[in-house]
Design a protein around this ligand. Structure first.
Ligand code: KG4
Ligand code: ZN
Length: 316
């Protein structure tokens, strides 16, 4: 049961206070509907997993507070889950083989993380974005082209009609002489690409004519940057599986390009279907189950955090 918050479309983005209030008024009916759809009752629940970080603090607090109250009332454990660890588990709900060891690329509206995953709960962070997240870049470029929020899908649809040769943007953070010793070898940056798109938009004599070509040029550049860095990581760590997660993993141009590139070194790409790629509670339940099975529990003092690193990070 996913409640889509159409209210954000009206404002062209998420307004924190409105999102928090929407959580407050929706959480009880949403949980009731989810139980109904699954044909279970509160008596059937063994534990409760709740997103406790990272994200909009007001919305997180509503969920955490509700989950703790419910757990206390039912006498069952509660476990706080990191939103991005949820995204990492989402693909395994659909593909049984999307399990460690693998190279993970998480691309959402707020994060862009490249991880080497040796085993669940052990995450080596290889790279992240220096500025905008991949989904954020889609949303901002969509706005420049007058497309609705969230902009990922509208850009993808528009790019299908575009000519890849008309607007060719340089591939962010990718140079032919990059070396693994460079700190930027696995890093991303999308704000320069967004500025390049802005320049094209401003200098276009006929934006209606050029929009599809610009969308195509933008998507090609962003996708190639994601594919190149992920392939570098998979080859360096000798991984034969690549797991994509987060809303941008819905993008079929990304999945196609990643699959084609991975085939060159014998790796398989696993991408979640859209309802598992974008935010959903099943992925949080799955990650929560992993922690519960390891004997972990959150206390009734569980707090929410606007930003927090993914748990289980390992260095070098
Ligand atoms: O993971 P998600 O549902 O929420 C966050 O945790 O942020 O990701 C939402 C992001 C938005 O920026 C949205 O534009 C992007 O995923 N997105 C896409 C596509 N569908 C959603 N980006 C590119 N292509 C798509 N088809
Ligand atoms: Zn998300």
């Amino acid at each position: 049961m996913i409640l889509s918050q159409d209210v954000h479309k009206v404002f062209g983005g998420v307004v924190p206070e409105i999102a928090s209030r929407a959580h407050l008024t929706s959480i009880v009916p949403v949980v009731s509907r989810a139980l109904e759809d699954a044909a279970v009752t509160f008596d059937d629940l063994d534990a409760i997993a709740v997103t406790s970080a990272p994200g909009l603090i007001g919305a997180l607090l509503v969920g955490v507070c509700y989950a703790k109250s419910l757990a206390f009332a039912r006498g069952i454990p509660v476990i706080g889950v990191h939103h991005m660890e949820g995204h990492l588990f989402a693909t395994a709900l659909q593909h049984r083989s999307a399990v460690p060891p693998f190279t993970g690329l998480l691309v959402s509206g707020g994060h862009t993380l490249l991880l080497d995953v040796e085993e669940w709960g052990r995450y080596r962070l290889l790279g992240a974005t220096r500025d905008d997240a991949a989904g954020e870049a889609f949303d901002k470029v969509a706005k420049l082209l007058g497309l609705p929020y969230p902009g990922g899908r509208p850009i993808e649809m528009m790019a299908r009609e575009g000519d890849p040769a008309k607007f060719r943007y340089s591939r962010p953070m990718v140079r032919s002489n990059d070396s693994p010793a460079d700190p930027s070898y696995y890093e991303f940056s999308f704000s320069g690409l967004k500025t390049a798109v802005l320049t094209s938009v401003r200098s276009s004599a006929d934006l209606e004519r050029d929009s599809a070509d610009i969308a195509r040029g933008f998507q090609d550049a962003l996708v190639e940057s994601l594919v190149e860095k992920t392939a570098r990581a998979a080859v360096a760590w000798g991984r034969k599986r690549i797991v994509l997660g987060g809303g941008v993993a819905c993008n079929s141009a990304l999945v196609a390009a990643m699959t084609e590139r991975a085939a060159r070194f014998g790796a398989t790409v696993f991408a979640p279907e859209p309802r598992l790629a974008t935010d959903n509670a099943a992925m949080i339940a799955r990650a929560g189950l992993f922690h519960i099975e390891r004997g972990e529990r959150s206390g009734l003092d569980l707090n929410a955090h606007a930003s927090q690193p993914i748990p289980g990070l390992v260095t070098a």
